[in-house]
Design a binder for this molecule. Structure first.
Ligand code: ARG
Length: 257
């Protein structure tokens, strides 16, 4: 995770962003509650310091795609976020990761745009990530990459409209994905559950699994109920201040495998 002190909405690069709208004290309190929840679930949490000039740096998920001590470093679509990569690249290098830097013509927004489904990577494209990124990631990580096209700008990152519970179970909001992407998912995943628009808009997809518990944004009771039916536990944390930037629980969390 990345410390929340510098989190603000200073510019608008997605439809959720409302400049100047964040209550910084409340955002910090919410972030600490999320971190404490992970710790209480037994997850190990590492925190990187945020740079003052980078108000979106708190969204740690977006920084890269990790596997087996290798990371494909993100290359952000918008110039406002590109500076974040310098700090995260240093962290990865300092922690012994082999880091792939993408060529300037390829954009990729890391864990915000992807989920591991077992050994296969689901990778979104359309708003932030280039189609050509899939091949580069596949070659570097040596894992199969399945590219899914996003078509609703409110759901500009894959982790805003699709949630992987485990290697055989996925939740997603169908109108956010192209026909091809929907067909691909149904063919490759045994259990595919649909999210309603209301669930999708309250960032149900943007959840994090820690063992048998799913950490979800507050106000997602119907989604929590579906998870309980699948024998999962849930914890809900209010991350309302981060939604004002188009980010939620999963965006705040880089899941290092
Ligand atoms: N304001 C940030 C952006 O538009 C939010 C990023 C949210 N991250 C995510 N994984 N969906 O880039």
């Amino acid at each position: 995770m990345c410390s929340p002190e510098q989190f603000r909405v200073d510019y608008a690069i997605n439809p959720w962003m409302n400049v100047g709208s964040v209550n910084s004290d409340l955002a910090q309190k919410q972030w600490h509650e999320l971190r404490d929840a992970y710790v209480s679930l037994g997850a190990e949490v590492t925190v990187i310091d945020a740079d003052e000039s980078l108000p979106d740096m708190v969204f740690a998920a977006d920084q890269g795609i990790f596997r087996d001590k290798k990371v494909v470093l993100s290359r952000f679509r918008y110039a406002q976020r590109r500076g974040e990569s310098v700090f995260y690249a240093k962290w990865f290098e300092d922690h012994g990761y082999e880091v792939l830097h993408l060529p300037p013509e390829i954009f990729l927004e890391g864990g915000g745009e992807s989920w591991w489904l077992g050994d296969t990577l689901l990778l979104g494209r359309g708003y932030r990530t280039s189609e050509a990124a899939a091949h580069v990631v596949e070659n570097f990580l040596g894992k199969r990459v399945v590219s899914l096209q996003l078509i609703d700008e409110r759901f500009y990152h894959l982790d805003t409209c699709l949630f992987v519970l485990n290697a055989t179970t996925v939740f997603y909001y169908p109108p956010a994905l192209s026909d091809d992407a929907r067909e691909t998912l149904k063919k490759m995943v045994p259990n595919v559950f649909e999210l309603t628009e209301k669930e999708a808009l309250s960032f149900a997809a943007n959840s994090v699994v820690v063992d048998k518990t799913v950490v979800v944004h507050k106000g997602n009771e119907s989604f929590e109920k579906k998870l309980h039916e699948l024998e999962m536990k849930t914890i809900s944390i209010d991350v309302s201040e981060f939604l004002k930037s188009g980010g939620g629980i999963h965006c705040l969390t880089a899941m290092i495998l």
